[in-house]
Design a protein around this ligand. Structure first.
Ligand code: GLY
Length: 320
């Protein structure tokens, strides 16, 4: 049997503070479930991350609709919500639903009613800043008959704990300017996330409509189970899905993934520039990496101070 280890990995720089906090907890035997949920909650609560939780960008009617999911890779329990409005922390709702034998994936009004009845915090999730983003996007796209859809950043976090449990969670406001009721990959098992404590876990970010066509997270975990390293599994799955989409569907959206094995090894792959991820393991201090994608090969390096400063300036800059 392998020596117990711990590790946690997340899509994007936005999860770094949560990853750093979780790394302290995981080494003190806090479980992967708590680590994942707390780290995602931190992202949901931060108003300047415009694709998750409070401050997330609204749909085409100016309403913030949130999706989230949680999976426990030992019990295979899954909880998920989609199109929920004005609930402060969708990840807490998803985690709670993962404890239900039935009705564990809920959407829209039913999910909201259940959340309120069960005491989940209600909050207006539409910030002034998100309204300004909406007005700008409307001016620059819809009012001119252009498509408003562009890149999107979901937070997905996977963790391995010292007890050998592996968990994964996601949270997102989904595609900016989506149609009311549109749901992407993030709450969909196998697409936005998957975890199996005998193997590892994976989670995705990018265009949900395309990520779902390849059940990308399940496929990465399956390939790890067949013996691929996390990096090989992530890269080959992204490349194969992109190639199939281009060949059969004629186009491919943004596909970015991170994954971690039960041994705490991790991988990341993308078909875009500037995908970042945050990671910490027993063998690796908390760090942010920025990916480069070249000819089907993802490489990554530590984010420079310049990159980090530019990121912070960008997410807090006035919207003009
Ligand atoms: N990947 C998030 C979404 O498409 O909604």
């Amino acid at each position: 049997m392998n020596k117990p280890t711990w590790g946690i990995i997340a899509t994007w720089r936005m999860a770094f503070d949560g990853i750093a906090a979780a790394s302290q907890q995981l080494q003190c035997e806090v479980n992967a479930e708590a680590a994942v949920v707390q780290a995602i909650k931190m992202v949901e609560d931060y108003p300047f991350y415009k694709s998750v939780g409070f401050g997330g960008l609204p749909n085409e009617k100016g309403i913030v609709e949130l999706d989230a999911a949680f999976m426990h890779g030992t019990t295979m329990a899954i909880g998920a919500v989609a199109s929920v409005r004005d609930i402060a922390n969708p990840i807490l709702l998803a985690q709670r639903l993962s404890q239900e034998r039935f009705n564990s994936f809920m959407v829209g009004e039913g999910a909201i009613e259940w959340a309120i009845a069960n005491g989940f915090e209600q909050k207006n999730m539409l910030t002034e800043r998100a309204k300004q983003h909406y007005a700008k996007k409307y001016r620059e796209t819809i009012s001119q008959g252009l498509s408003p859809y562009s890149g999107h950043d979901t937070v997905g976090i996977a963790a391995v704990d010292l007890q050998g449990d592996i968990c994964v969670g996601t949270s997102t406001s989904g595609l900016f300017m989506k149609r009311p009721g549109r749901v992407g990959d993030s709450p969909v098992s196998g697409s936005g996330y998957y975890a199996d404590s005998d193997i590892g876990a994976a989670t995705a970010t990018g265009l949900g409509e395309d990520l779902m066509k390849g059940c990308i997270s399940y496929e990465i975990v399956r390939r790890m189970g067949e013996g691929m390293s996390p990096q090989q599994a992530a890269q080959s799955t992204v490349n194969d899905l992109e190639a199939r989409l281009l060949k059969r569907y004629g186009r491919a959206g943004d596909l970015s993934v991170v994954c971690i094995s039960k041994d705490g090894e991790f991988g990341a792959a993308t078909n875009i520039e500037n995908f970042s991820f945050s990671v910490a393991t027993a063998a690796h201090e908390p760090a942010i990496y920025v990916c480069t994608c070249d000819n089907g090969e993802t490489t990554y390096e530590r984010a420079s101070q310049e990159w980090l400063d530019a990121y912070q300036a960008r997410i807090t800059a006035p919207i003009v």
